[in-house]
Design a protein around this ligand. Structure first.
Ligand code: MG
Length: 223
């Protein structure tokens, strides 16, 4: 079996990989603009246009993932607001089964996330996900986003690994590219990060919908 044989260290993204991205999509694309509209007495359309413009200026950089940045920029208490829809925080389909299986196989499991520590804490409160992994590293602790090669250099040092027996799973193709440049041996995309949206293929990486695909007798990861 592929994972049993080739991998010791399993590196996992959180939002859209372990957890359903629907919570985050709804929060940032709908709930935050709606709260901004209320605060400034704007129409939803006006508020959405403005908020999305702000998003675009920092997309894919550390501030984009920072609750403090958005609290300051939008004048909304993101740390507090994130609790409003917390019932939407859910595992993806077979994540829990997968984490238990990895533990049984004796793999080291590390979450690598761009999520703000405050977001990780809320998600852990809802799912207890941290109890199923060895470690979670936030890009906010490292000081660089996962899209950056500096992030991967820092993780390499912290985990004392050369990534030769490592797999990294993420729903962002851009981040998979960064991990590949850093020498992570096996890279896999998630093609259905958001339960409410259709499957999306990746151009340069092999993808899965559910983790159980790794354990199919004929599974092969093409590199
Ligand atoms: Mg993700």
């Amino acid at each position: 079996m592929f994972l049993e044989k080739n991998v010791d260290l399993v590196l996992l993204d959180m939002d859209g990989t372990l957890l359903d991205l629907h919570y985050d999509s709804h929060f940032w694309l709908e709930f935050v603009p709606s709260q901004y509209a209320l605060l400034h007495r704007l129409s939803i359309e006006q508020a959405t246009t403005y908020v999305f413009e702000q998003y675009k200026t920092v997309w894919g950089t550390l501030p984009w993932y920072s609750y403090d940045y958005w609290t300051e920029t939008l004048g909304l208490d993101i740390h507090h607001l994130q609790h409003a829809n917390k019932h939407k925080i859910q595992w993806r389909e077979d994540t829990l089964w997968f984490l238990k299986k990895l533990k049984k196989l004796g793999k080291k499991i590390v979450i690598l996330t761009n999520a703000h520590p405050s977001g990780i804490a809320l998600k852990d409160q809802q799912t207890q996900l941290l109890s199923h992994v060895d470690l979670a590293i936030s890009s906010h602790e490292i000081g660089y986003e996962k899209e950056s090669t500096f992030f991967w250099e820092a993780v390499k040092k912290q985990l004392n690994t050369d990534f030769s027996r490592s797999i990294f799973i993420d729903d962002s193709e851009k981040i998979l590219v960064a991990a590949q440049s850093a020498g992570v041996e096996y890279l896999v995309g998630i093609n259905k990060p958001d339960s409410e949206k259709p499957v999306q293929a990746m151009q340069n990486f092999s993808t899965i919908t559910e983790f159980k695909e790794f354990f199919h007798p004929h599974y092969q990861l093409l590199k």
